[in-house]
Design a protein around this ligand. Structure first.
Ligand code: AHR
Length: 516
């Protein structure tokens, strides 16, 4: 009898799935009153490295530039970032962090020494953008700075001095030097990374060796005054689970607050990654499939972390992620400048949903990189600036910051291409402090719209609003001549029927539904 009921249940489930598949319908139930975890606003963080035109030309043009600026910072870029309410900004790298000597970037600019940026194009770095320029920019933006110290070619003393220079209020050699350079009070920087990719460009270390180094560096990165440092250990390269295991095991729990993880979505191989705009549905399918692997990646690293930190005190900090394509034809290969299409909007929407859903463990994430590099939210060309489709996704997702993550149940069809399948819908749901329910949905199917039936349990669905990002073609993108091809529009393709929301999600779209 038991066997028979099980067979019938399986049969009903299969029939339902087949029906959903053929009709392209999805059933969603959101539980409005069952949230427990806060989605850290720091999941919506950014990353700016001394790489190509990210800092120079992208953020910093100097006070004497013909490009409109505020104390040397590009005005248009500043205003665009301000509108996003970016919660934090990681700097100065990346690989650059492990060859950066911060003392070269303070004091009168004309006295600052030059160096070669060996990682990125071998160009001359004149150090005109240094500690003061970065921290004053963060202050102006009202965003939290996240500084990455130099473990690869620096010293414990150098990093310790940097913390003292920035955070110590009293009288000390470094605090006096800061005051000499015109900054009387401290900046009170909380977030500090201890090296970057120490398994690779940051020193080619073994995890055991790095774990010891981490302990030395972290010991001398002091808390001053009321400021408690949030120290992030340089974590794994994507699927290197052993790196996470060794750090968790060899570094005492209380010595680190976060452990980083880097994962880039590369459609093909590192040698031939693929074009940012000239791609077909096969490349599109692969790119989104690889972007979606972030979910499994986080689960696997979290499982290891759980063994040593069952209360999830230590954050998984995904401080580099995004799509990585071949550079735009004709641009410096060391500058990593790439365009950004509807495909990137979908991969960003999907990845941010994944981070939200892992909010218990993922406490911060930083897309690579803010301006003109990799999956940038902003592109500039001399005096001109455009916002990329990825920018608009960050804008759309703002309501999730510091909201309570809500559980949901979703039955949806697959997106099938060439005999391979992946989930067609990605979703995350949250409840804002004022009670608004935020549902972000990504329909990655490029050919079919999706009928969504949504039931919000525990909240009346009287007042619903929607916004959408979509495009005609998967490779549509904004250009300097056509900057608004992809923007956020009002979404009206839904109705309320018997207390439920019935919506039609366009093919290749990112949608925000809000129930107030
Ligand atoms: O974001 C570009 C580079 O990618 C960073 O400098 C490095 O950390 C990573 O390998």
């Amino acid at each position: 009898m038991k066997k028979l009921s099980l067979t019938i249940a399986i049969l009903i489930y299969c029939i339902f799935n087949l029906y959903a598949q053929s009709k392209n319908t999805a059933q969603l139930t959101v539980h409005a009153n069952e949230g427990k975890t806060t989605i850290s606003k720091h999941i919506y963080g950014h990353f700016s490295e001394h790489l190509g035109r990210c800092i120079y030309g992208g953020i910093w043009v100097g006070e004497d530039s013909e490009i409109p600026n505020i104390q040397g910072y590009r005005k248009d870029v500043f205003e665009a970032l301000k509108k996003l309410n970016i919660p934090n900004l990681r700097w100065p790298g990346g690989c650059f962090a492990d060859e950066y000597h911060w003392k070269d970037g303070i004091g009168p600019r004309e006295n600052r020494p030059e160096m070669i940026n060996t990682h990125w194009g071998g160009v001359v770095e004149d150090n005109s953008f240094g500690t003061h320029e970065f921290l004053d920019f963060c202050k102006l933006l009202e965003t939290e700075p996240y500084i990455c110290g130099n473990v690869g070619s620096g010293s414990v003393e150098e990093m310790s001095d940097w913390v003292e220079y920035i955070n110590f209020e009293g009288k000390s050699p470094m605090a006096d030097l800061r005051r000499e350079n015109g900054k009387l009070d401290t900046w009170g920087v909380k977030y500090w990374g201890v090296g970057n990719e120490s398994w690779g460009c940051g020193g080619n270390m073994t995890p055991e060796y790095y774990a010891n180094e981490y302990r030395r560096y972290a010991t001398y990165a002091r808390n001053y005054g009321k400021n408690r440092l949030y120290k992030v250990a340089g974590g794994a390269n994507s699927w290197d689970l052993k790196w996470t295991e060794v750090l968790m095991k060899n570094v005492p729990n209380r010595m680190m607050d976060g452990i980083s993880l880097h994962y880039y979505t590369v459609p093909n191989t590192w040698r031939k990654k693929g074009s940012a705009t000239e791609f077909d549905e096969k490349d599109y399918f692969i790119t989104l499939k690889k972007a979606g692997q972030m979910d499994e990646l986080i689960s696997q690293h979290s499982t290891i972390m759980d063994k040593y930190d069952k209360d999830k005190r230590i954050g998984l900090i995904v401080d580099e992620w995004g799509t990585w394509y071949d550079v735009e034809p004709g641009t410096n290969p060391g500058f990593l400048y790439q365009q950004n299409s509807m495909r990137d909007a979908l991969s960003a929407g999907m990845t941010l949903n994944i981070f939200n859903n892992h909010a218990e463990r993922v406490k911060m994430a930083n897309i690579a990189q803010t301006v003109n590099v990799l999956q940038a939210v902003i592109l500039t060309d001399k005096t001109r600036m455009i916002l990329t489709p990825t920018y608009h996704v960050y804008d759309l997702y703002q309501p999730h910051m510091e909201a309570t993550l809500l559980p949901y149940h979703l039955e949806s069809p697959d997106y099938i291409f060439d005999g391979d399948a992946q989930e067609s819908v990605s979703i995350s749901c949250s409840k804002s402090k004022d009670g608004t329910i935020n549902i972000t949905l990504v329909n990655i199917d490029p050919n079919n719209s999706l009928q969504l039936d949504c039931n919000v349990v525990g909240k009346e669905t009287k007042k619903v609003t929607g916004r959408v990002i979509t495009a005609t073609n998967i490779n549509d993108h904004n250009t300097f001549d056509d900057p608004d091809k992809i923007v956020i529009s009002g979404f009206k393709d839904f109705k309320i029927s018997k207390g439920k929301i019935e919506a039609v999600l366009p093919a290749k779209s990112v949608v925000l539904l809000q129930v107030r």
